[in-house]
Design a binder for this molecule. Structure first.
Ligand code: NAG
Ligand code: NAG
Ligand code: NAG
Length: 184
């Protein structure tokens, strides 16, 4: 009995140390990012990566140089996938006119939640037109975001497909793990 309880204690001690090292108690974690610019004459990727910051926290960096400025109108198709024998569409698939969204955010509650998470880290933080490159700098996920999107634990993929003048310009794919530490 005594032995068992000691074994358990040392096991839980190890778990605590490991989770401090890996920060695995973060509820939301970036796992991967992939960006594509379809037309070099329109955009070029200077940066598209995740980087481990201090304490296992992960920062997202994106810099898309844009060659046809200003951008006065752009459409974005945003879809969520959940991994289940490959990635399957899950809950959200919206097509949004970004300029009208930035004018009135109430019409797209899902994008509004995403935008709240990203706005402090991007220069896409004002209304149209855009006269500059598109940059996301050192974006980190915030555990509070999970309260607003009540999804079960799992691996998710968020796809952003960007069009201007009806032409496909680029795609950004972000993989995120949700792990609440319990099922819901
Ligand atoms: C999302 O909607 C767009 C536009 O209606 C459609 O082209 C696309 O196939 C849909 N994607 C998914 C994953 O259902
Ligand atoms: C963004 O910045 C504001 C003001 O500093 C802060 O109140 C808010 O919590 C920040 N949001 C995120 C997601 O970091
Ligand atoms: C938008 O982002 C830029 C660059 O990060 C920053 O200098 C500016 O103050 C931000 N503007 C607003 C309205 O938050």
């Amino acid at each position: 009995m005594r032995l068992e309880s000691n074994t358990f204690r040392s096991w839980s001690y190890n778990v605590v140390i490991i989770s401090l090292l890996c920060d695995s108690n973060a509820l939301l974690k970036f796992k991967n990012i992939k960006c594509t610019c379809y037309e070099k004459s329109f955009c070029e990727l200077k940066r598209c990566e995740l980087k481990v910051l201090g304490r296992g926290s992960i920062g997202l960096y994106l810099h898309a140089q844009t060659h046809q400025l200003p951008i006065k109108s752009t459409t974005c198709i945003i879809s969520l996938y959940r991994r289940f024998n490959g990635y399957r569409p899950f809950l959200y698939n919206i097509t949004v006119d970004i300029c009208s969204f930035l004018k009135n955010r109430k019409h797209h509650p899902f994008l509004d939640i995403l935008y709240d998470g990203i706005r402090n880290f991007t220069n896409v933080n004002h209304s149209c037109p855009f006269n500059h490159d598109i940059i996301v700098n050192r974006m980190v996920l915030n555990d509070n975001m999970i309260a607003k999107v009540p999804v079960p634990n799992g691996f998710y993929k968020l796809m952003f497909v960007v069009k201007t003048d009806g032409i496909l310009r680029g795609e950004v794919e972000v993989h995120v793990e949700v792990n609440l530490g319990y099922d819901r």
